[in-house]
Design a protein around this ligand. Structure first.
Ligand code: OFO
Length: 173
C-alpha cells in the first residue's frame, strides 16, 4: 500500500510526464510547420516516450494500491524563436524533470518506501540519458551557429540520434 505522501508525489510526476509529452508534441508541430522534418520526427518520438513514462507510473501507482489520477492537459508553449530556442527549452525542461525525480526519490527514502525507490531508479537513469542527449544536441547547435547548410544536415542527422537512443533504451529494458 502506498503512503498518502508517496501517492501524491507520484501523481504529481504523472502530471509532469503528461505535460512533457505535450511540450514535445508542440515542439514537433512547430518544427513540422517550419519545414524541419527531422526535428519534427525526433520530437514526435520523444513525445510518445514521455507518454510511456506517464503510463508506467499510472500502472505502478494502481498496482501498489494507490490511485492514479489522470490530469487535465495544460497548454504547452507553441512557438519558438529558432531551433536553438527549441533545444534550449528542451534541456531546461529535462533538468527540471530530473530535479523533480530526485525530490521524489528523497521522499521515498524519508518514508522508507524502498519498493517505490527501486521503481524510480529507471527514471533516474532515463533522465541521465535524456539530459546527456540534450546537451550533445546543444553542443552541435552551438557549432552550427548561423550556417543554414549545417542546419539542414543537422535536421537530417537528428533522426539517427533518436534511433540510437531508442536502441539503447531497448537494450536497457
Ligand atoms: Fe520522462 O523523461 Fe524526459 O522528461
Amino acid at each position: 500500500m502506498l503512503a498518502k505522501r508517496i501517492d501524491k508525489a507520484l501523481n504529481h510526476q504523472i502530471e509532469l510526464e503528461a505535460y512533457s509529452s505535450q511540450v514535445y508534441l508542440a515542439m514537433a508541430s512547430w518544427a513540422e510547420c517550419e519545414g524541419y522534418g527531422g526535428i519534427a520526427n525526433f520530437m514526435y518520438i520523444h513525445s510518445d516516450e514521455e507518454r510511456q513514462h506517464m503510463l508506467k507510473l499510472i500502472k505502478f501507482v494502481n498496482e501498489r494500491g494507490g490511485k492514479a489520477v489522470i490530469p487535465a492537459l495544460k497548454k504547452p508553449p507553441v512557438s519558438y524563436k529558432s531551433v536553438k530556442d527549441v533545444f534550449d527549452n528542451l534541456l531546461k525542461h529535462e533538468v527540471h524533470v530530473t530535479n523533480e525525480i530526485n525530490s521524489l526519490v528523497e521522499i521515498c527514502l524519508k518514508e522508507r518506501d524502498y519498493t517505490t525507490h527501486n521503481f524510480l531508479q529507471w527514471y533516474v537513469s532515463e533522465q541521465i540519458e535524456e539530459e546527456a542527449l540534450a546537451r550533445t544536441i546543444m553542443d552541435k547547435i552551438r557549432l552550427i551557429g548561423t550556417d543554414n547548410a549545417a542546419l539542414y544536415m543537422f535536421d537530417r542527422d537528428i533522426e539517427q540520434m533518436n534511433v540510437i537512443s531508442a536502441a539503447q533504451d531497448n537494450a536497457g529494458a
